[in-house]
Every structure is written in structure tokens, then in C-alpha cells.
Design a protein around this ligand. Structure first.
Ligand code: FAD
Ligand code: MG
Ligand code: MG
Ligand code: MG
Ligand code: MG
Length: 554
């Protein structure tokens, strides 16, 4: 079962015992971190690096503030303003961390080592391969694009995942305008060249469409007045609505705004083929196919698994999955010493029904074979920590109290001095597991996971000394953990919609839309910048754009 930090506490104890002298300071454990994105940097920022021998491997020697990537595509913000060099980050925080600019291409969990390849090729034999071994591995590799094997997408579409992608898009947009301005181009050809298609109506696609529209109406129409009438933006979305992970009100607000702006939103269409000048899509309801000519296409329809992650998943028997499965303490299942955080990972929440008999036994302190309400209350806090679905279920049923849940399952007759047997207990909690929720692939989740895992690493000594920890519940149901499982705290999300308008969904079902929300967005994103340097750069980019407009050169 389980096995978060405590499992290591046991194995490291064994190692220490075999060391020759008690006086010799034990060798620092080697921690290797793969990736310097949201999850990796958040882990490193919170990790007490003096306790470990820390090595970081990533092919990009900077952290990128991805929420502002769509702004880079049209020059609202400069690429330089949203990246922070990773070495500067360590130096500023006085962290003793070794960084290698390289790509990990294979994780060897049996040998506890990762195979890496430098982009520059530094070895004498001309290849830059090297091996790094670890005691603990933190996989924070993020995700890659997912084309769902749609023919032509890789060859003809742009993506919006990395800083380079945003810069490529920026050049391509300007290219299209220059191309359409050349002499001897027919009107039909101009319409084709200036048809910008975005595939995927999630937050990234929608924000890019909004950015592009602003760029057109605020800047490009002034410098390319002759061709403005030929410009068209289309969003193709397979679902019924764009922004379907947001509140319905936000989706409707966005769709109405786009309609007014002249951005076409094609919902219920799946793209089936992309050639160099045609996008073919299939109507999900009618089944018919249509092809539209286009000048530039951006694919932002879902995330996929990196090859190195896929290879690792094959090694550890997770081949059928789309991301690395971890337990609630973020440790990779069936894989000692390896943790996974961020977009490359997903937590599988343990079902309460798998442990129901054990929980019953632990709660039944007097071994009476039945539980009183008091016996249930005594263990309730531990249950809610271990199985957050209990609280979610009660909330979804508008129940304030576990007694209500039990009463509703077994009838009113027990009200006075309620006792439940195992069958009744099972019945009461029978539907709770339907509320198990997966965390989304967002920066917010990645950052919280990195922070949490570093906390676990920092407290590993405490865990060694207190194997049972602060949790009262023991046995297999508790999984012998002494540290609370990771719990995601949703702080809300923004959807910038262009024209100085945004929509936001904040905790407590609070939805806000319009111009004031855009100002909230500016202030939140300015405050979230990783350093004062990038904060100043971003804010001055915004200011420059307000005063002078965007830079439309390549
Ligand atoms: P990443 O941040 O992608 O980091 C992965 C790291 O691994 C990178 O440093 C990469 O260089 C490195 N790496 C890759 N391959 C290897 C290898 N083989 N070996 C070693 N290292 C490797 N989320 C929000 O919450 N709010 C938003 O507004 C938002 N906007 C977004 C806008 C865009 C355009 C995009 C693309 C994403 C946005 N996201 C947003 C999602 C967010 O960026 C991701 O959820 C987040 O980056 C996940 O963090 P991560 O650390 O798992 O992965
Ligand atoms: Mg990362
Ligand atoms: Mg990142
Ligand atoms: Mg994840
Ligand atoms: Mg009892």
C-alpha cells in the first residue's frame, strides 16, 4: 500500500546502520530534478537544498511564465520579459544546486540513474551523453502537444507550448500580412492567406484568438489598411462550447463577445486533416466533412505525453496510461524513490470502498461489531484527510454532517442512538467515491505540487522519527503515512478575451467579467511574476503597448 516518505525512512535507516562509524556525517542524499517548468522550479524554490545534493536537468536554462505566452505571439509582451534564467534564480536564493543543460532521454529506475544528452555535444567522442544517478528522482517533465495523430498537423500547424513557439507564431502572422500585401495577389488568395485558424477552444486557443484580434484592430489595420477587409479569425472546437472548463456564464460571455468581434466560432467540429492550404473538419452531429482554405493554423487541442515519460511508463507497467500515476503523496506507483509532479503526472485517489472494512475495524474501538455516532465522529477527521471525496460528496448533496449522510442511507429509525453495522456503513458511504476528482493540468496545480513535495523532503527527518505521524488512524487504511496527502487548492482562473476585457472564475462560485476584470488580471499577473526584473519588464511592455501599440516588425 501507499508508501510516501516513510518508506524511505525505513530504507535509509538500514543504510545508516551499515555505515562504519556513527560519527561520520552521512552522505547527503542525491536528489535529481527533471525539468525547470512550474513544477520543477516550485519544488526547488521551497526545497532546503543544504540537506541534499541537488542536481537539475533541463534542456532550457530558464523558467517560462506560460500564462503570458499568448501575449508574446503578437508582441504585447516581449519573450525576454517572461523568462527567468534558472541559474539566476538559484544564485539569488543562495541555493547550492548543480544545473545541467541537457535532455533526459531515459530513466532507469532499476539502476537509479537517468541518461542525459546535452544539446551541444561535449564529450571527446562528439556525443554529449552522460549518466546521472540519484537517490530520489523528481520527474517534472511537463507535457507535450497532442495531435491525436491527425494527418498534417505536425507538418503544417503552429503550436503554443514553448517560448520559441510564440516567437514563431509572431513571425508567421506578420509574414501573412506581408505576403497578402504583395502585388498580383487575387482577392481570393488574400482571403486565404489572411484566414487565421485556431484549433481548440480551450483557454490557450481562446486567448490567442483574442490577442490576434486585438493586434489586428489596434495595430495592423493602421499599417495594412488595404487588406484589412480580407482578415478572418476562426476557432474550431470539437465540444459544444468554447472554454468548457469554465463556468457556463463565462463561455457564453466569450462566445457573444467573439460574435460581436467577428471571430467565427465553429463548435461541434473535429479537424480530421490539415494540408498545406486546406483544413478539413467533420461535423460531429451531421458527419459531413468540409474543407476551408487557410493561411495560418495554430493547434492547441490538448496535451500529450513526452517520449521519455512514455518509455518510463512502459518500464514500470503503466504503459496504458496517459500520464504517470502517483499516489496522494505524489510518489510514482510501484516505483520506489521516484516522484512525479505537474503536467506529466496524475494522482490516483484511493477509493474509500477499498478500505471500508479496515476503516470500520479501526473505528470500532470497543469491538462491538457496530459503530456509534461518537465512534464515527472520532475518526471522521482522519477519513476526510485521507479521502477528500467524502467532503466533496456531502457538499454535492448539500449535507452538513456525516450523521445526515448515514441517516439518509439507512433511514430515520436510528436517529436517537444511532448504531450502524458494516453493511449499513458500506451503504452510507457507497456513492462517495463517485466524487473522486482529478486535478487539471495547470500551472497552479504544478506549483502547488512542487511546493508540497519540497515540504515533504524538508521534513523527511521528522517523518523518520515519527513513523505514525500526527494522524491517529493507522493500519492499511492510513497507508502508514505521517504526512497529509497533497490537496489541491483552487484559487480561480482567468480568461483574457481581448479588447481590455477578461473573465474570471474565483473560489466560491464567483464569476466576474468585463473591463474591471482585465485590470484585476493585469495586477494578478504582475504580482505573480517570479522576480522583480521580469515584473518590471512585463509591466513596461504593457505600458509601451498602451502608448505606442505593438511592434509589428518581425
Ligand atoms: P512545464 O512547465 O512544461 O515544464 C516542463 C519542464 O521540463 C521544462 O523546463 C522543460 O524544458 C523540461 N523538459 C522537457 N523535456 C525534458 C527532458 N527530456 N529532460 C529534462 N527536462 C525536460 N496554467 C495556468 O494555471 N494558468 C494559465 O493561465 C496558463 N496558461 C497557459 C498558457 C499556455 C500558452 C500554455 C502552454 C500553458 C498554460 N498553462 C496555464 C498551463 C501551465 O503552463 C502548465 O500546466 C505548467 O507549465 C505545467 O508545469 P510543469 O512543470 O509540469 O511543466
Ligand atoms: Mg517542471
Ligand atoms: Mg513552465
Ligand atoms: Mg498533473
Ligand atoms: Mg463499536
Amino acid at each position: 500500500s501507499g508508501g510516501g516518505i516513510v518508506a524511505y525512512a525505513d530504507s535509509s535507516r538500514a543504510e545508516e546502520a551499515s555505515e562504519p562509524s556513527e560519527q561520520v556525517a552521512p552522505r547527503k542524499k542525491k536528489v535529481v530534478v527533471l525539468g525547470t517548468g512550474w513544477a520543477g522550479t516550485s519544488f526547488l524554490k521551497n526545497l532546503d537544498c543544504s540537506r541534499y545534493d541537488v542536481k537539475v536537468i533541463s534542456p532550457r536554462n530558464y523558467f517560462a511564465f506560460t500564462p503570458l505566452l499568448p501575449s508574446v505571439t503578437c508582441g504585447t509582451v516581449e519573450a525576454r520579459s517572461i523568462v527567468e534564467p534558472i541559474r539566476r534564480m538559484f544564485e539569488k536564493k543562495k541555493k547550492d544546486v548543480t544545473y545541467y543543460e541537457a535532455e533526459c532521454f531515459k530513466i532507469d529506475a532499476t539502476k537509479k540513474a537517468v541518461h542525459c544528452r546535452s544539446a551541444v555535444g561535449t564529450n571527446l567522442d562528439g556525443n554529449g551523453d552522460f549518466l546521472v544517478d540519484y537517490d530520489y528522482l523528481v520527474v517534472a517533465l511537463g507535457a507535450t502537444v497532442n495531435t491525436f495523430n491527425t494527418p498534417g498537423v505536425m507538418e503544417h500547424c503552429y503550436f503554443l507550448k514553448e517560448v520559441e513557439d510564440a516567437q514563431k507564431i509572431r513571425r508567421s502572422v506578420v509574414d501573412c500580412f506581408e505576403k497578402a500585401s504583395l502585388p498580383n495577389i487575387s482577392e481570393e488568395e488574400k482571403r486565404k492567406i489572411l484566414h487565421f485558424v485556431i484549433i481548440g477552444g480551450g483557454p490557450t486557443g481562446v486567448e490567442f484568438a483574442a490577442e490576434l484580434h486585438d493586434f489586428l484592430v489596434e495595430d495592423l489595420v493602421k499599417i495594412y489598411p488595404a487588406i484589412q477587409e480580407f482578415v478572418k479569425i476562426t476557432i474550431i472546437q470539437s465540444g459544444e462550447h468554447i472554454l468548457n472548463m469554465f463556468d457556463q456564464r463565462i463561455a457564453e460571455f466569450a462566445e457573444t463577445k467573439f460574435l460581436r468581434d467577428g471571430i467565427e466560432v465553429c463548435t461541434g467540429f473535429r479537424v480530421v486533416n490539415v494540408s498545406d492550404d486546406l483544413i478539413t473538419m467533420k461535423s460531429k452531429s451531421a458527419g459531413s466533412e468540409i474543407s476551408v482554405p487557410y493561411g495560418m493554423a495554430v493547434w492547441s487541442a490538448g496535451i500529450g505525453t513526452r517520449p521519455v515519460t512514455v518509455d518510463f511508463m512502459h518500464q514500470i507497467g503503466q504503459a496504458k496510461r496517459r500520464s504517470l500515476e502517483t499516489n496522494e503523496w505524489l510518489r510514482v506507483r510501484e516505483c520506489d524513490s521516484v516522484y512525479a509532479i505537474g503536467d506529466c503526472a496524475s494522482i490516483s485517489q484511493r477509493k474509500i470502498m477499498e478500505d471500508i472494512s479496515t476503516i470500520f475495524k479501526i473505528a470500532d474501538k470497543d469491538n462491538s461489531g457496530t459503530l456509534t455516532l461518537k465512534e464515527i465522529y472520532d475518526i471522521l477527521e482522519d477519513i476526510c484527510i485521507r479521502y477528500p471525496q467524502v467532503e466533496l460528496y456531502m457538499k454535492s448533496m448539500h449535507m452538513l454532517d456525516i450523521a445526515q449522510l448515514i441517516e439518509s442511507a439507512i433511514g430515520d429509525s436510528h436517529k436517537e442512538s444511532m448504531v450502524v453495522d458494516i453493511e449499513e456503513f458500506k451503504k452510507a458511504l457507497g456513492h462517495v467515491d463517485s466524487q473522486v476528482k482529478s486535478v487539471p493540468a495547470t500551472a497552479q496545480v504544478a506549483a502547488q505540487q512542487g511546493y508540497y513535495l519540497a515540504d515533504c523532503f524538508n521534513k523527511m527527518d521528522y517523518c523518520k522519527d515519527h513513523p505514525e505521524g500526527p494522524l491517529r488512524m493507522t493500519g492499511s487504511a492510513a497507508g502508514h503515512h505521517n504526512f497529509r496527502p497533497f490537496r489541491y487548492k483552487h484559487l480561480g482562473q482567468f480568461a483574457p478575451l481581448g479588447g481590455e476585457q477578461a473573465a474570471a472564475e474565483l473560489p466560491g462560485d464567483w464569476v466576474s467579467m468585463g473591463h474591471s476584470t482585465q485590470w484585476l488580471w493585469y495586477s494578478v499577473y504582475a504580482s505573480k511574476q517570479v522576480s522583480w526584473r521580469t515584473r518590471v519588464l512585463v509591466v513596461s511592455d504593457w505600458t509601451r503597448r498602451f502608448i505606442f501599440g505593438r511592434d509589428s516588425s518581425r
